[in-house]
Design a protein. Structure first.
Lengths: 466, 235
């Protein structure tokens, strides 16, 4: 199919794979350096003992768990955007899906490392695997940590498939345009894709199945992460609202991460013709919706705690409302609600820059939210004699910085080896449809396209016809 | 008949001398982490004497409450452990299997009494304390959770001895280190399954309360006091 495709789209989107600017090497080098520092910090912690981190009695979970929940939350970008928009067949999703799915996979890989990093004896992490061992003991299936293990592994497997499946036709396209080692590599990745009608049909049905299957998995995964907290009788953890509250927060931060990633890709890879203000406007509206939903959950949770007036819960409540954690709490409210709400409700400020500013606010606010869920509760448990505090140590801060650098590194490498916009999906969406959003996109693109020459196969497949 | 070990702590008798804390450290090879680490919240005291102040200066009353693992029947720490390191043994004790522990520290978060302690580093004993380690108790390595065992090594030894001599355990003959060291006999240990044991009778005392009883963990330690205990205002 690839020979018959209209060249401009493919040319634009494949170019980053073949041309590398010096900036790419600079970013990769800088990010890799920070990641290496993080690795060294972890090595130091393993060698010296977990006491190198700031965790202490009684705050036994600190920055590592905050980052765990934060990154698993970020991973909800891909599933929501991609699966829901795919299922409702929203045309504007086409240039967005792959950026989003890649965030999911990388954020999950990073997030899933934290439960291992935070272990007292990380070399025994494999004891969470259910396998018949000489110890003659299974993992304790009553423990939310064992649920976590299964939930995250299921989600990771599902999202890798969800990311990989629609990449196959694009790998084939790159294979057909390249020579040498690239041809071999992409040939392997393309799994012998030839673009036959049967292959298109199979791909389409596989994507439909995955889109339906991944949604409940995504919802369950962050619900189970929230169960890590809500299953324990710790003040302000033991809450029935935590499942949906965490899922909403996860999607909220996921969309924010996606907006930032898209804005960066747009600038660095010159994708101004594909990632349009329209996409940021639509995602901005979605972010606004999640912002209001998040605020509603926080209000509902805090109001019921305050009204219930249970002493141990009130201790945590006031510690974050006006006590020692209050600065973090009100920063969170400003970053998560005030800033995005003000920017995104006004269509004049809902520009690309406005969306990016709001998204940075959301990322900071959602990170603080996870901190405020975990630390004040543990520091202020039932017996006042055992109250304590927590301050992160350099090891924790270095590892945290390394995960952000790791995300940048993985994303830079990904956009170097894979077309970051699904070429075949974009093309399949091009012929004029009734979707107004799509028409804006099409009209802007069509000046450079010869629509007559479009792959009929891709188009047919998208319509589900043989 | 199986044993069900329990304890009664008479708060009215407690003078806050902390002999129990010292005895516990000596008996159970609990590392002393030093002033620096202690100030960073890494001190380990399987039993601690909580101090609460009542009234305002100069009319201040000091109250002491020794708090150790409550050996709950319905223990919040056990369910959350992914590797069964924390589990209920046949005597109703909340056992901690050090070799199974991978250090998630979830049990310590779930424990409402904060009586679980974590080995943030490999243990060290300043000389000459290294010469007084108890050979009956294993040393815990870095990354492992530990807590009061009701001196399970003494329980095992006494049970083995009784079985060898073909007799029942006598009430009061077996004591954990804290009870043995208490100069005012504020700590009473025994078998709750024997209705005539001292601890079982004290558990039925009208002076008895359980710590954070409303949370439903069903602790096996009864606190005895004439005045009802008011938790200080939390905020």
């Amino acid at each position: 199919m690839n020979r018959t495709l209209t060249k401009p789209i493919a040319d634009d989107l494949v170019r980053p794979l073949f041309q590398t600017s010096v900036w790419f090497y600079a970013i990769v080098f800088a990010a890799a350096t920070v990641v290496a520092c993080g690795g060294a910090a972890w090595g130091y912690q393993v060698w010296n003992g977990i006491g190198s981190a700031g965790i202490r009695w009684p705050v036994f979970w600190g920055f590592y768990l905050v980052n765990f929940v934060f990154w698993i939350g970020i991973s909800h970008a891909g599933t929501l955007i991609s699966a829901i928009l795919r299922l409702v067949n929203a045309g504007w999703r086409r240039p967005v899906t792959r950026c989003a799915e890649a965030i999911t996979v990388f954020a999950l890989m990073i997030g899933a490392m934290f439960p291992i990093i935070h272990l007292g004896r990380p070399w025994l992490a494999f004891w969470l695997f259910p396998y018949p061992s000489a110890r003659e003991i299974w993992p304790n299936f009553r423990s939310p940590l064992a649920w976590d293990f299964f939930a995250i592994n299921t989600y990771l497997t599902g999202s890798v498939l969800f990311l990989f499946l629609p990449m196959i036709p694009d790998f084939a396209l790159v294979r057909d345009r390249s020579t040498g080692w690239r041809r071999t590599l992409y040939g392997l990745l393309a799994f012998g894709w030839r673009g036959t009608t049967r292959q298109w049909n199979r791909l389409e049905s596989a994507m439909q199945i995955m889109a339906v299957a991944i949604l409940p998995v995504a919802v369950s995964v962050h619900t189970i992460v929230s169960f890590d907290f809500s299953m324990a009788a710790v003040p302000m953890w033991h809450s029935t609202i935590f499942g949906p509250y965490f899922v909403a927060g996860a999607i909220f931060s996921g969309i924010a991460a996606l907006i930032i990633a898209m804005a960066v890709l747009r600038k660095t890879l010159g994708l101004e013709k594909y990632l349009l203000p329209l996409h940021f406007d639509n995602l901005g509206k979605l972010l606004l919706l999640m912002c209001i939903l998040w605020a509603y959950f926080v209000f509902a949770e805090r109001l019921t705690v305050w009204y219930g007036n249970e002493p141990s819960e009130m201790a945590v409540f006031w510690a974050s409302q006006r006590g020692r954690f209050a600065p973090f709490y009100w920063t969170m409210v400003i970053c998560n609600f005030v800033i995005p709400f003000v920017i995104l409700t006004n269509y004049k400020t809902r520009t690309i820059l406005g969306c990016v500013i709001a998204s940075f606010g959301v990322l900071i606010g959602m990170w603080l939210e996870r901190f405020l869920i975990i630390v004040p509760s543990l520091a202020t448990k039932q017996l006042p004699y055992s109250w304590g505090s927590y301050a992160p140590q350099p090891v924790e801060l270095t590892i945290m910085a390394a995960t952000f650098a790791g995300m940048i590194l993985l994303y830079a490498l990904f956009s170097k080896f894979v077309p970051i916009i699904a070429i075949w999906e974009l093309k399949a969406g091009l012929p004029s449809r009734l979707d107004p959003a799509l028409q804006v996109e099409t009209s802007l693109l069509s000046t450079r396209l010869d629509t007559e020459a479009f792959s009929s196969e891709a188009e047919r497949a998208d319509r589900g016809q043989p | 008949m199986a044993y069900r070990w329990g304890m009664a702590v008479d708060i009215d008798k407690c003078t806050g001398c902390e002999a129990c804390v010292t005895a516990c450290h000596a008996e159970n090879n609990i590392p002393t982490v030093g002033a620096g680490q202690a100030s960073r919240g890494r001190a380990m005291h399987w039993i601690r004497v909580e101090r609460y102040y009542e009234g305002s200066f100069p009319d201040v009353r000091l109250k002491f409450r020794p708090v150790l693992c409550q050996q709950c029947d319905n223990a919040p720490c056990e369910a959350v452990c992914p590797t069964y390191a924390a589990h209920q043994n046949e005597d109703g004790l909340n056992a901690q299997v050090y070799n199974r522990c991978i250090g998630t520290r979830y049990c310590a978060n779930a424990c409402t009494y904060n009586v679980r302690f974590f080995n943030f580093f490999n243990p060290e004993w300043p000389k000459p304390l290294h010469l007084q380690l108890n050979p009956d108790v294993s040393i815990r390595e870095v990354g492992v959770m530990e807590k009061c065992t009701f001196c399970v090594q003494r329980i095992k030894a006494a049970k083995t001895e009784a079985t060898a001599a073909q007799r029942e355990l006598v009430d009061g003959a077996l004591q954990p280190a804290c009870a043995q060291a208490c100069p005012t006999t504020a700590i009473i240990f025994g078998d709750l399954n024997d209705p005539e044991s001292r601890v079982a009778r004290l558990a039925r005392s009208p002076r008895g309360t359980k710590l954070l009883e409303d949370l439903g963990a069903e602790p096996k330690i009864t606190y005895l006091q004439k005045q009802p205990w008011h938790e200080p205002d939390a905020y």
